[in-house]
Ligand binder design. Structure first.
Ligand SMILES: Cc1cc2nc3c(=O)[nH]c(=O)nc-3n(C[C@H](O)[C@H](O)[C@H](O)COP(=O)(O)OP(=O)(O)OC[C@H]3O[C@@H](n4cnc5c(N)ncnc54)[C@H](O)[C@@H]3O)c2cc1C
Length: 519
């Protein structure tokens, strides 16, 4: 992906884009992918980096949502299971099948979860990832060696997918770019343009790096800005009432030995009525999550002390080695959009986990809610509005079968596996110059070559882009990420200049962000 080349495309005064997407998270990328699969012209703008918002802060599950099944949201689960299967097929390099174990403490739970998960298996149909089954107490303790024994009857094993959320976002952006999409990160939409009838016909976008504004024409504009959706709705209608109330979910990352084995632990009912997951991910253990109302939409939300205590306490009730704050390698928080309370009410209501598309009078299309797993279907449903707005005939969506950038037939292993078909090119880089083989940190496998690769091919602009979303070390071990930053800054500066001042500014920026991931 060449950012400069894409920015050049914005200079044309005559070009009318079919669809311009605001937001480079899962939702916006799903819209771009589907629109391109139908032959439409697409530009997508992300004010920070791809997946900088909620889309890099998920529990990393490609799932139908066992929880939603328990709530009776059957249609949502059907849809998500279908999309789960597609995601695993189209991006095998960034997804895998993950067994989960629910610990069982009573006969009632054994029957309830065994039956519920058989239904979950059946609903996945041909796209089922494995057969759920009850396992004995002995087998449960062999597979989850750190689970407390007291009162345990056994476990129910079921299967869902797991993925690298930020790298999947990047892979979708790369796929879109290859399909002719004009993908630009660090491009903030500041205003919408309307015709004499009050219908949206373009927008103003600012290249945050080049400090330049561009005015574009578009037939349809999609607001896919997650918890920031109200800001765009206010650009459309200055007196628009607040429609979104952010709710925060945090995750703690620990050494994997706190759980042991390769299976994930799923606690279906915590004291606050949520689900808690402990999932092995990239050699560590991810614990989460919470649901805490927050006032403001922020790109870098902070975990609250009460949330951290809750996750540690809940995990400690199940694990023999009780984790403390000192064991936390990284903490990250993400925001989900809830529907804000209506005037006069103090209650908030969760926007159903199924997505919602709102068409405003001016033809602004806002896509909100949903989940990572259903990003493609959310995109498909949103693009259907193109025909409604323009009266033009839409070609059939081909996104369901589209292999994503890096797709490989055979499963790769090792730390370069997530690059898929690009991994051989990174290995070739390392062979071409032995300096590129150098590690960024003695305890981790990441190399100088990956930094060079991410700058040249993956639109990494800032040190944080590399350490947070190209390689995921900020999420895995924040202190190690801080130690790697000076080396990464120097390598990046060698690639695109900027001098010592650039390096110092980048290090200061990274330090500020990284502090939030350390307890
Ligand atoms: C704690 C938590 C755990 C979750 N776990 C899972 C899971 O395991 N599996 C799953 O399927 N789903 C999960 N989800 C849901 C999933 O993460 C979200 O549905 C999804 O990431 C939302 O993507 P989005 O694109 O709508 O929002 P975001 O990812 O927030 O993207 C919006 C983007 O818009 C950009 N933007 C805002 N304003 C502008 C502007 N003016 N100009 C340009 N760009 C702009 C922002 O910078 C941001 O990057 C989880 C959610 C949370 C909160």
């Amino acid at each position: 992906m060449d950012r400069n080349k894409n920015i050049k495309q914005l200079e044309s005064k005559e070009k009318v884009w079919d669809i311009v997407v605001i937001g480079g998270g899962a939702s916006g990328l799903g819209v771009a992918l589907d629109a391109l699969s139908r032959g439409l012209s697409v530009a997508l703008f992300e004010k920070a980096d791809y997946a900088k918002g909620t889309s890099s802060r998920s529990t990393k599950l490609v799932h139908g949502g066992v929880r939603y099944l328990a709530q009776g949201d059957v249609m949502l689960v059907f849809e998500a299971l279908k999309e789960r299967g597609r995601m695993l097929k189209n991006a095998p390099h960034l997804t895998h099948n993950q067994p989960f174990i629910i610990p069982i403490y009573s006969w009632f739970d054994r029957i309830q979860y065994s039956v519920g998960l058989k239904l979950y298996d059946w609903m996945a149909g041909r796209l089922r990832l494995g057969k759920s089954k009850f396992i004995s107490r002995k087998e449960t303790l062999t597979r989850l060696p750190q689970l407390k024994e007291k009162g345990l009857h056994g476990g129910v094993v079921y299967y869902d997918g797991q993925f690298d959320d930020a790298r999947l976002a990047l892979s979708i952006a790369q796929t879109c770019n290859e399909m002719g999409g004009c993908m630009v990160n660090y491009a903030k939409v500041d205003a919408l343009k309307k015709d004499a009838n009050g219908k949206i016909n373009g927008l103003v976008v600012r290249d945050v790096i080049g400090n330049k504004d561009y005015t574009l024409q578009a037939k349809m504009v999609v607001n896919a800005t997650g918890v920031f959706a109200d800001k765009i709705l206010k650009m459309d209608q200055p007196d628009a009432v607040k429609s979104i109330q952010p709710s925060q979910g945090i995750h703690l990352v620990l050494d994997q030995s706190f759980l042991g084995g390769n299976d994930a632990l799923m606690i279906p009912k915590t004291s606050d009525g949520r689900v808690l997951f402990a999932v092995p991910w990239q050699g560590k253990l991810v614990l989460g999550t919470t649901d805490t109302l927050r006032e403001k939409a922020k790109l870098e939300p902070e975990a609250l002390k009460s949330e951290i205590d809750f996750v540690l306490e809940t995990a400690s009730a199940y694990l023999t080695r009780q984790p403390t704050r000192a064991d936390v390698l990284s903490v990250y928080a993400g925001l989900r959009p809830l529907a804000a309370p209506k005037e006069g009410s103090t209650k908030t209501k969760e926007i159903s986990r199924s997505h919602k598309i709102i068409l405003s009078e001016s033809n602004l299309v806002t896509l909100t809610g949903g989940k990572w797993t259903t990003f493609r279907k959310m995109g498909e449903d949103t693009v259907e509005y193109f025909a409604k707005i323009t009266g033009q005939k839409l070609s059939k969506s081909l996104s369901a079968e589209k292999h994503l950038h890096g797709y490989t037939k055979g499963k790769a292993y090792g730390h370069l596996a997530g690059y898929g078909s690009d991994s051989v090119k990174i290995e070739a880089l390392m062979k071409s110059d032995k300096k590129l083989k150098e590690k960024l940190h003695p305890d981790y496998p990441y190399t100088v070559a990956e930094v060079v690769w991410s700058v040249r091919n993956e639109m990494a602009i800032k040190v944080e882009d590399v350490l947070s979303r190209r390689i995921r070390i900020l999420f895995l071990d924040a202190k190690a990420a801080i130690l790697m930053a000076p080396k990464v800054a120097v390598i990046m500066e060698q690639e695109f200049g900027g001098g010592e001042a650039w390096i110092q500014q980048e290090l200061a920026d990274f330090q500020k962000v990284a502090q939030k991931y350390i307890l």
